[in-house]
Write a protein of this length. Structure first.
Length: 250
């Protein structure tokens, strides 16, 4: 189910990417709409993380187009945009393994990023304070990040991206390694971020989390688009069950 405004924020058109002789992304097309939580699913190696790397500029696509739509409706072809340029446009992402600044505290990690996106140190400090409170890390703000449990490190990863003031947040397996209760609180955090008007692209293998959280899913197969739609409806499709979830999935 798409949000009411149905305005695109990112569009991939017939995108290809090869690494040597390996065709990792093959004629991939899909769109992300402003305000939604879109699940990007598929088995390991199908190209989900590669797609995010192409959108955020870690890799450059060989063919096709990746277009970013500004809030005012203007379109930007991303092929010539650097990683920092894309971050300034409002594109943020986390990684499967959080990599904070190891020698800094939780607050310092966020403040360091905020300094790049605010005009003064005072404004950056205030922004960091607000983000620390928003992601519920204020009680451990002075702890070194190396001492944090995995759930809080993942929340810190989100907080550092929030300091860049993103319009879209791409979460790459943010639930990996979490207990069931930690998954639930992390899903609540993602919903909270989305309610701030931030679009979310959610890559995850835990299908119960995808169906609880996402408005819509896109399924990938061997680097290309397979199908899309309402999560519960997509999960019922025989080809999806057979290819990704196993015959016994209910």
């Amino acid at each position: 189910m798409l949000p009411d405004n149905c305005k695109k924020i990112i569009e991939l058109k017939n995108v290809d990417k090869s690494f040597g002789g390996v065709h990792a992304i093959n004629n991939l097309s899909f769109s992300v709409y402003e305000g939604e939580i879109l699940g990007l699913i598929g088995p390991n190696g199908c190209g989900k993380s590669t797609s995010v790397n192409l959108m955020t500029g870690v890799y450059i696509h060989d063919k096709g187009e990746i277009i970013y739509y500004n809030a005012d409706g203007g379109a930007v072809a991303l092929k010539e945009q650097s990683v920092p340029d894309r971050a300034k446009l409002g594109m943020g992402r986390t990684f499967q393994t959080p990599k904070p600044f190891a020698d800094l505290t939780v607050f310092e990690n966020i403040y360091t990023i905020a300094m790049l996106y605010n005009r003064t140190l005072k404004e950056a400090y205030k922004a960091a304070e607000e983000i620390v409170k928003f992601v519920q890390l204020d009680d451990i703000a002075e702890q070194k990040c190396t001492k944090l449990p995995i759930e809080k490190r993942k929340w810190l990863d989100m907080a550092r991206v929030l300091a860049t003031r993103p319009r879209i947040l791409m979460l790459d397996e943010c639930l990996a390694g979490l207990t069931p209760s930690e998954m639930e609180t992390s899903l609540d955090m993602v919903r909270k971020i989305n309610k701030q008007g931030i679009t979310v692209l959610f890559i995850e293998h835990v299908m119960s989390a995808v169906t609880k959280l996402c408005n819509r899913v896109v399924v990938m197969e061997e680097g290309h688009f397979m199908t899309e739609g309402d999560p519960l409806e997509v999960m019922k499709k025989p080809e999806v069950i057979r290819a990704y979830l196993g015959e016994d999935y209910k």
